[in-house]
Design a protein around this ligand. Structure first.
Ligand SMILES: [Zn+2]
Length: 436
């Protein structure tokens, strides 16, 4: 018995020296990831946003961040939660499609279609769950799918309706109770604004500014709710988005694009997704690839690529799902196929180097620095940062913690790995049991 007491003392001394509490694995801090869809990087600069401004003082603000190519909701969100380029995770459009069967499924319907999302890349929810954490997804794109047969612990599927500030607050209350009453570690929360108003009215419209004020009040409410649930010391929050927004160029200011003027789509293509903003895809009929490429090369205000010649910086060329021809319109141009029936006043999907496609990143909580302005970075580096905050081993990814680690204060995310803590806790329990 004496030997066991000595062992326990030794373990206590050893763990204290390493700064690791012996009795129980220290719980990692919790993480809330919030996405406001289509929040362009500068949307807070022409509107009074006291709560976002306060976040800047209480946490971290990046000047802007760059989404992956392509700058579309599902592909970009899945890069954020997986740290993988679009060519690797293969969520290559908002619409699920099959070029062989001509199947096209709307974005909303894809949300519960695992076959669109689950291509061998594990998103953060599943990786965290596999390491003992409890996770939830509220409306977040990709959260309602199964990955290798595994579902996210708690899922609320998006139910698109007009933006209702009361409901936005209720959603926050729900998520806060997951953290405080049910001990969730990671929750992702999604809002469909300001994307919706950006499309409908354009990024410069007064209604966009009204929604930004609503978002700002919602962030104020979030901070109150965190305090009310006594989560100030344990909950880290990242607020980000998936892409920006630009004004769609219309007649008579510009000549709008109609691709059928340059090639007979019916004759030359067996599959297409056009009329969907600035990003288009086509499958040429057998033997017609060069003809399609040549014809589109003559069209103004767009760039046509053969898939295998896509610039490396797009990280799209390896995709098996993308058809052989990819078209990227110049900023603000819609890729109309045959007729101009496109009604959006604003859109995204353009080159991620365009400033109008850049988006926001804010973070605050116990692990983040205060009053810190970060240089711009690519959204792919959010994933390893989230793993660091949650103290989990990341799945293979294309991000780099070296890019985002400076957002954490010294000691932020520096606790001993979960596995070491668990081992010490087990040893401690064993000693206690033997002494009894
Ligand atoms: Zn979006």
């Amino acid at each position: 018995m004496k030997t066991m007491q000595q062992l326990l003392l030794l373990l206590t001394a050893a763990s204290s020296a390493g700064g690791i509490p012996l009795s129980r694995a220290p719980p990692s801090n919790k993480l809330l990831l919030v996405s406001f869809d289509g929040f362009r990087w500068d949307y807070d600069q022409d509107v009074d946003t006291p709560h976002l401004d306060q976040l800047g003082r209480d946490g971290v603000k990046a000047k802007y961040i760059t989404p992956p190519m392509l700058t579309m909701t599902s592909p970009s969100h899945f890069t954020t939660v997986s740290g993988r380029w679009v060519e690797d995770h293969e969520v290559v459009h908002n619409m699920m499609f099959d070029a062989k069967t001509n199947l096209k499924v709307s974005h909303r319907e894809t949300l519960t279609r695992s076959e669109w999302w689950d291509n061998g890349v594990l998103p953060l929810w599943i990786t965290a769950q596999n390491q003992g954490l409890k996770t939830g997804s509220f409306y977040f794109p990709g959260g309602a799918a199964n990955y290798s047969g595994q579902a996210v612990n708690r899922v609320v599927v998006e139910d698109p309706k007009p933006p209702n500030e009361t409901e936005w607050r209720q959603n926050i209350d729900t998520v806060m109770s997951w953290f405080s009453d049910e001990d969730f570690h990671l929750v992702t929360l999604y809002y469909g604004e300001p994307d919706r108003v950006g499309h409908a009215k354009g990024p410069d419209h007064q209604d966009r500014k009204t929604i930004i004020r609503q978002i700002d009040r919602t962030i104020g409410y979030l901070r109150e709710a965190i305090a009310r649930h006594q989560l100030n010391d344990s909950l880290n929050v990242i607020i980000t988005s998936d892409h920006g927004m630009t004004t769609v160029k219309k007649r008579p200011q510009v000549e709008e694009l109609v691709l059928n003027k340059y090639l007979n789509l019916l004759k030359l293509a067996s599959f297409e997704i056009l009329d969907y903003g600035g990003f288009g895809i086509l499958t040429p009929r057998p033997g017609k690839e060069q003809e399609v490429f040549n014809a589109l090369s003559k069209a103004p205000n767009l760039t046509v690529y053969k898939k295998n010649e896509l610039p490396e910086s797009f990280h799209l060329a390896k995709s098996e799902r993308l058809p052989p021809i990819v078209v990227v319109a110049d900023l603000g141009f819609n890729l109309n196929s045959r007729l101009i029936f496109y009604v959006n006043k604003g859109d995204h999907g353009f080159h991620n180097g365009e400033m109008d496609m850049k988006t926001i990143f804010r973070a605050f909580g116990p692990d983040f620095k205060k009053n810190f302005v970060s240089e711009p970075f690519d959204s792919i580096h959010i994933y390893p940062l989230m793993c660091k905050v949650l103290q989990i081993e990341p799945a293979p990814h294309n991000g780099s913690l070296a890019v985002t680690q400076n957002l954490l204060h010294s000691g932020g995310g520096q606790r001993a790995p979960r596995s070491v803590c668990l081992l010490l806790s087990l040893l401690s329990l064993l000693c206690t049991f033997t002494l009894l």
